[in-house]
Design a protein around this ligand. Structure first.
Ligand SMILES: [Zn+2]
Length: 475
């Protein structure tokens, strides 16, 4: 679908911004041989995308990874440090705060859309997505996510729809687009109501349709590892895939394992290269629930996949690797706090540090899974048993206990109950506080390494990100 043409004025402005950025950052531009007009074009583009991650999340990933895993965090320590680093504003058309569909649409098409829209501009036009442009340029395309494959981000990077919620028509569009690699959750809208977990009302089996088009199908980790072909459909859950903290490694592959399989498939029969989007949705989901332990594990899992992308790039230097997010989720704010409310003295204060990180490490269940296990009516003894077993060392204060038992929220913008309340229990003892259960407009970081990376330097708008990708893809 051909999108609206960018106004000549915006192209000129874009060029001027790029030129200005190059003048200000001579080292970055000189390393690629000169002006914006001679930006190197990558053969392959890998977009590593952690939904809901902004600088505070990345730094928490770096800190926790160094302290607990004794490992460097490739996102900050390699991509941000050795590559090009930019900051990006996130607003949609209209309000200040974006949803994931509008944010990804801007990053995919270069146009602002309204919250909830999937690469459809406010005047109702379908804007050309990154994956549509890549396909038109003869590149192979792939999408990997821990969400459903038709969730807001992979959808906005590839297809066009008025609403992100129309799951069945979104899946139909994915079949029509036929990405060479498609992996994640969401089998329910690929299968008819008669099949286990199926929700399609038209009786169609879209997994069978992909198989008929020559795709290899993988439904668990073992099957994924045995895939050898150039076209893969991976369907690992009926709905979203699990949080890393709860993940059954035999049933659901890790983000890194999916990335390995995607790169193996996409680099076959690929004279013009490929564009791959790898999304970790758990960072956003953990943010919505104010779940610091799940966030930590999700960031580590995502970073393991970044390491896979960087290793591919070492062997294929004509590859551009971009690491970014679309918006911040949760108003994440590690800080200090009082041990007890009995004294406001600074001697009664603790500052979040290593021992608090170790408390997060001992948590063995996501707050979503805790909510599922507790059910709607929560007896006090079931709650205590679950906390003792999976949240060792945490105490639930009387005010929070009351909210959990009665299914109530503390504030009007904390809508996940009891997850946000239990998240507050964790915050009180670790200092890992959250400002909201929604999204915030904190600018997100964009790290880029490889040919074309210099375009992403500086303080830019999310539409610039899309414009740069279209320029690098070339059609
Ligand atoms: Zn979100």
């Amino acid at each position: 679908m051909q999108g609206p043409n960018p106004a000549p004025q915006s192209l000129a402005f874009n060029w001027l911004v790029t030129l200005a950025v190059c003048v200000l950052a001579l080292t970055g531009c000189s390393s690629t041989g000169g002006s914006a007009a001679s930006v190197h074009t990558p053969k392959n583009i890998i977009i590593m995308f952690a939904d809901g991650a902004a600088p505070t999340q990345w730094d928490f990933g770096r800190y926790s990874s160094q302290v607990l895993r004794k490992q460097s965090f490739a996102t900050t320590d390699v991509v941000f440090r050795e590559g090009v680093l930019g900051l990006m504003t996130t607003s949609p058309h209209g309000p200040y705060v974006t949803d994931s569909a509008a944010a990804a649409s801007a990053m995919s098409t270069g146009f602002k859309v309204e919250n909830g829209a999937v690469s459809i501009t406010p005047d109702g036009k379908a804007a050309r997505t990154v994956m549509q442009a890549a396909k038109a340029a003869g590149k192979r395309i792939g999408m990997v996510t821990t969400a459903t494959v038709y969730d807001a981000t992979p959808a906005a990077f590839s297809i066009n729809a008025k609403s992100r919620r129309d799951s069945q028509p979104l899946v139909d569009q994915f079949l029509a687009l036929a990405p060479d690699v498609l992996m994640g959750g969401g089998a329910e809208y690929f299968l008819p109501t008669g099949a286990p977990g199926g929700k399609r009302k038209d009786g169609k089996d879209i997994i069978a349709a992909f198989r008929a088009m020559g795709y290899q199908i993988a439904t668990n980790t073992t099957e994924l590892k045995s895939v050898t072909g150039a076209k893969v459909l991976g369907m690992f859950a009926n709905d979203d895939m699990g949080f890393e903290l709860d993940r059954d490694a035999a049933k659901e592959p890790s983000t890194a394992e999916m990335t390995v399989a995607a790169l193996k498939a996409l680099s076959q029969q690929s004279p013009n290269g490929f564009v791959l989007l790898v999304e970790n949705e758990n960072v956003d989901e953990a943010g919505h629930r104010n779940d610091a332990a799940s966030l930590m594990r999700a960031l580590w899992a995502f970073d393991d996949a970044v390491k896979v992308a960087l290793e591919f790039q070492r062997r294929n230097p004509d590859t551009l690797v971009i690491v970014t997010g679309d918006h911040e989720t949760g108003g994440f704010s590690p800080t200090y706090a009082l041990n007890y409310l009995s004294s406001l003295s600074s001697s009664n204060r603790f500052t979040s540090g290593v021992e608090h990180l170790r408390m997060l490490e001992r948590i063995t269940m996501s707050l979503n899974m805790a909510s599922e296990k507790l059910g709607k009516k929560i007896p006090s003894e079931v709650l205590d048993q679950l906390l003792t077993q999976h949240f060792p060392g945490f105490r639930l204060d009387a005010d929070l206990r009351d909210l959990v038992i009665n299914g109530k929220t503390r504030e009007r913008n904390y809508t996940y109950v009891p997850q946000n309340v239990l998240g507050h229990m964790v915050a009180r003892q670790t200092g890992y506080y959250w400002g909201t259960s929604g999204h915030t407009p904190e600018p997100v970081a964009v790290g880029a390494i490889g040919p074309g990376a210099e375009l992403f330097r500086g303080y830019q708008d999310n539409t610039d990100f899309g414009k740069h990708l279209h320029r690098l893809i070339g059609k």
